[in-house]
Design a protein around this ligand. Structure first.
Ligand code: PGA
Length: 302
């Protein structure tokens, strides 16, 4: 059997996405290049690995088996890399971090500070939402993840390092600004500008409203906190976001926080890894940095 590691890497990506285009995007390859690698792997093995049912791609029985071995081979390569990184020491390692969209507001600052303290480390940062982070942890992809609340159903080690208060925001000239302890029931008919399904902020907010039996009317959906703040400022509705996204808007007086009963909704930021994952020296150093020093580099709005 003649197969190459590159073919296995491409196969793993196609099997994970069940889609050639998305695998090609992830690998920064063209779709024909991905198809060719899969064809060559199938020839090497002598069996088809995928079948097309309607529009959906599926793994064949041989494909299922290949995916078991493929992940094992990728895991072994990762392990070998960690051993070599350990030999090189923390000075020349690589660090693969994935953070929740909301955490990106401070994660870049953290990484910049960490990079200053550890000059030889190469850093790769992925920003995505809670649901996607869960999938990445399942697939044991990043070294570490920063997100609010550890994901359910995945075996992880999680350590909280900072509060993540969610607040209700309004345009600076809103009639409720300055009112004290507004009851949540005041907002039964309010339309909120909200994050997409899969966002941790959205899930926590929905649970909060459910807990008080108040309907949470989700008017317009957006995948970025920046877009939500602009929409709120433009008067499209009220919003609920992490205070970590608000520094500039509060300083320049473009938005204000409403004093609503039960708010802020308290969440925490966690640094998370797959249980039992062996961290490279670079990843260990970053985890230590986050747990011990992160708070001092993250300025909360006054
Ligand atoms: P997000 O935030 O998914 O809403 O960006 C992360 C979280 O609060 O879990």
């Amino acid at each position: 059997m003649h197969v190459t590691l590159r073919q296995i890497e491409v196969f793993n990506a196609v099997a994970r996405h069940q889609n050639y285009t998305r695998a090609a995007e992830e690998l920064h390859l063209s779709q024909p290049a991905v198809s060719m690698q899969i064809r060559q792997l199938e020839q090497g093995i002598g069996l088809p690995l995928f079948e097309q049912v309607g529009k959906q791609m599926h793994l064949t029985d041989a494909g299922d088996q290949m995916y078991i071995y493929g992940r094992e081979i990728a895991g072994l390569l990762d392990e070998a890399e960690i051993v070599f990184e350990a030999i090189k020491g923390v000075k020349h390692g690589t660090l693969t971090i994935s953070v929740a969209t909301t955490a990106s507001h401070f994660a870049t600052r953290l990484l910049a500070e960490f990079a200053k303290q550890h000059e030889g480390i190469t850093i790769s940062l992925d920003v995505t939402n809670r649901q996607a982070l869960r999938k990445q942890l399942e697939n044991n992809e990043p070294d570490l993840v920063i997100m609010g609340q550890p994901p359910e159903g995945v075996d992880v080690e999680a350590a909280a390092f900072m509060e993540n208060p969610l607040v209700m925001i309004a345009p600076a000239d809103h009639t409720l600004i300055g009112k004290k302890k507004i009851p949540l029931s005041h907002f039964v008919n309010e339309n909120f500008v909200v994050r997409e399904f899969g966002s941790g902020t959205r899930g926590a907010t929905q649970r909060f409203f459910d807990q008080f039996g108040v309907p949470f009317n989700t008017g317009i959906e957006m995948t970025s906190n920046e877009a939500i703040k602009q929409a709120v400022e433009a008067g499209l509705g009220l919003g609920i976001v992490s205070i970590h996204t608000l520094e500039l808007e509060l300083e320049t007086g473009r938005l204000d926080i409403l004093d609503v009963q039960g708010f802020p909704i308290t969440r925490h930021w966690y640094v998370i890894q797959r249980k039992g994952k062996r961290l490279s020296p670079a990843a260990q150093a970053f985890k230590g940095f986050v747990l011990e020093q992160a708070a001092q580099f993250i300025r909360l709005p006054k």
